[in-house]
Design a protein around this ligand. Structure first.
Ligand SMILES: Nc1ncnc2c1ncn2[C@@H]1O[C@H](COP(=O)(O)OP(=O)(O)O)[C@@H](O)[C@H]1O
Ligand SMILES: [Mg+2]
Length: 238
């Protein structure tokens, strides 16, 4: 089943001579268990693709369906609820809240979703452990290194078993060792059944994905074939 299905999605900015086609007629499907990398030059529409996939922005035209729900057909409140419950987002600039500790940052989306504080704290503890920073739960973002903040941002995206994980250059400011760890975490989450769409500049990180989609000027210009699906394997076995 596809967790994310985008059909002919376009996003324009501005008007007249200043019109920019940030994304043009992009169709993309990401299935449960699938890890898809997005590559392309600066300004090619990678971040736009992710914000539309996560319902943080609305397309000019086209359809975005997350876990069977058509985002464009939903009321704002229902869309927010779906986003909190199903979509984990790792922002390019992390967006941790400076006045909250690591644990509180990770708890926040769960509490907004009505999970009780005690349970949210337990879940946050597990998520922080999963990304290897359980000992930093009580620290504030400015008391952590860039790599540690990155791990907390990833924990916040993974908490509550979100089915769609969207990561915008999650290794942007990281040393290569932490970068590999981040890939391992995302890969593990996909192997556990999530769908993951990740923007990256680095081909060694894209190599962790099942499939790579290349964008240029808001369009998909190339895509590597996916891992053989069950049907293909069956046919080959015959
Ligand atoms: N809010 C906006 N207003 C006007 N233009 C925008 C806006 N957001 C993005 N764009 C333009 O859309 C194009 C794609 O941007 P973006 O998705 O951020 O690219 P990438 O993430 O690949 O660098 C760029 O030309 C960018 O300048
Ligand atoms: Mg970007």
């Amino acid at each position: 089943m596809s967790v994310l299905a985008m059909t002919s999605v376009s996003r324009d900015h501005g008007a007249g001579a200043g019109l920019v086609h940030a994304l043009a007629e992009v169709s993309l499907e990401v299935r449960a268990g699938e890890f898809v990398a997005v590559m392309g030059p600066s300004g090619s529409g990678k971040s736009t693709l992710l914000t539309l996939a996560g319902g943080l922005d609305t397309p000019t035209s086209g359809q975005v369906v997350v876990e069977g729900a058509d985002l464009g057909a939903m009321r704002a409140a229902a869309r927010s609820a779906l986003r909190r419950r199903s979509v984990g987002y790792v922002f390019q600039d992390l967006n941790l809240i400076p006045s909250l500790t690591a644990a509180e940052n990770v708890m926040l989306p769960r509490e907004l979703d009505g999970v009780r504080a005690r349970r949210a704290r337990e879940e946050a503890g597990r998520a922080l452990q999963e990304v290897g920073v359980a000992d930093l739960a009580a620290r504030y973002p400015d008391e952590m290194s860039g790599g540690q903040q990155q791990r907390v941002a990833i924990a916040r995206a993974l908490v509550g078993d979100r089915r769609l994980v969207l990561a915008d250059e999650p290794t942007g400011a990281l040393d290569s060792h932490t970068g590999e760890d981040v890939m391992r975490m995302l890969r593990a989450r996909c192997d556990a059944g999530a769908a993951c769409l990740m923007v990256t500049h680095e081909s060694r990180h894209a190599a962790w994905a099942d499939r790579v989609v290349f964008l240029r000027d808001g369009r998909i210009v190339d895509a590597t074939p996916g891992r053989p699906g069950p049907e293909t394997l069956l046919q080959e076995a015959r």
